[in-house]
Design a protein. Structure first.
Length: 374
């Protein structure tokens, strides 16, 4: 049986190299077609959205950038009719430091520098895991002690500064950082206690969690600031900031406990059985097998609680503490500046967005790194 010979190499035919798919099949063009132009209704809604953006965005850019005033020292320098960012520039020190003495603000700057020193490397891709681990340990152990000594003073020749003079962004970061660092371990213990087989411990944890979750944070702060001193012995008093910190930590710990308990309950029963088969005790099994997996599963919930805590720090205004939003509100009522409320609230919102967005992005990167979705 005759077989045809394979085509020779001199026939003139050349293999066609692979080509990328058309832009109408993948990429941004395909996304626009599928999500914005897939039906007459979507086309109409897209056109309406673009029209609304055209009505809002150009005037906003004109007010906030093109015709805004950036340089000056008083309201008289805001004459263009746009945003008066001079107000933010002249009051920036108050928004950051509150009433902290001018001569001692270098201590707050050192605290900010250390905070950035161990947080920023967590977002950089080229930093090794070992360096990140030690920076994290520093931030959880050494950093709070150094910051407390710097801000409070009274030792090592540092002038003592009352917590009543703390304010602005500094106070917001103190409240949120202490709340985050303290609420997570307490929440873990409460979650483990609620799932304990010992009735007394389980009952105490359940009562604690349900009590603190059943009242709003504003009531907790009010009780801690106003009512708690009435029940203390005569001559015994706690610092107002300390009372607020205790209330915030207890409140957030209850919510954190429920988030972590969800991770513990979502873990397959086989993990517990495998730990028992290896002969591990309760604490070793929990620390080496159960908790790492449970915490990995609830990273979004944990970070969501942290973000809520960061935003809830604005409630300390009701007990006389001026966080960054409180300092803005105290400044916009100054008759010397007139109507600058919009500029002040935009600045406060931008500060909150920067930190909350940073926490959100870090959690997403951590989820991707640990393959939480699998």
């Amino acid at each position: 049986m005759a077989h045809s010979d394979p085509p020779s190499s001199d026939t003139g035919f050349r293999p066609i190299p692979p080509q990328p798919p058309p832009v109408t099949v993948v990429g941004p063009v395909r996304w626009v077609r599928d999500n914005l132009l897939s039906s007459p209704l979507n086309i109409a809604l897209t056109a309406l959205g673009l029209y609304l953006l055209w009505l809002v965005v150009p005037p906003l850019i004109d007010w906030g950038i093109l015709t805004a005033d950036f340089v000056g020292s008083s309201r008289d320098d805001c004459t263009s009719g746009g945003a008066c960012w001079v107000f933010i520039a002249t009051r920036l020190d108050f928004f950051v430091y509150g009433f902290y003495p001018d001569a001692e603000r270098w201590r707050v700057d050192v605290m900010f520098a250390m905070l950035a020193g161990f947080l920023v490397p967590q977002f950089l891709p080229g930093v090794s895991a070992r360096v990140r681990k030690w920076l994290g340990i520093f931030g959880l152990t050494v950093y709070p002690v150094i910051s407390g000594v710097l801000l409070l003073g009274g030792v090592f020749g540092l002038e003592a500064v009352e917590t009543g003079k703390w304010g602005g962004l500094m106070l917001t970061l103190v409240l949120s950082y202490v709340g985050i660092v303290a609420a997570l371990p307490i929440g873990i213990l409460l979650a483990l206690g609620r799932r304990s087989h010992m009735p007394i411990i389980r009952t105490i944890c359940v009562l604690f969690i349900e009590l603190w979750r059943g009242v709003p944070l504003i009531s907790v702060l009010f009780m801690a600031s106003v009512m708690l001193p009435l029940f203390l012995p005569e001559g015994v008093n706690f610092d107002k900031l300390l009372r607020a910190l205790i209330g915030i930590v207890m409140f957030q710990s209850a919510y954190m406990a429920e988030v972590i308990r969800g991770g513990l309950q979502g873990l397959p029963k086989g993990q517990y059985e495998a730990a028992s088969a290896l002969g591990l005790g309760y604490w070793r099994a929990t620390g080496l097998i159960i908790l790492p997996q449970a915490l990995k599963m609830v990273i979004p919930g944990i970070v969501n609680t942290f973000i809520a805590l960061f935003k809830d720090t604005t409630l300390v205004l009701i007990i006389g503490l001026f966080d960054i939003l409180g300092t803005v509100q105290a400044s916009i009522v100054d008759p010397a500046w007139g109507r600058v409320a919009i500029e002040g609230y935009i600045f406060a919102a931008f500060c909150f967005w920067v930190f909350c967005f940073g926490m959100s992005r870090y959690s997403q990167g951590l989820e991707k790194k640990l393959h939480t979705g699998h």
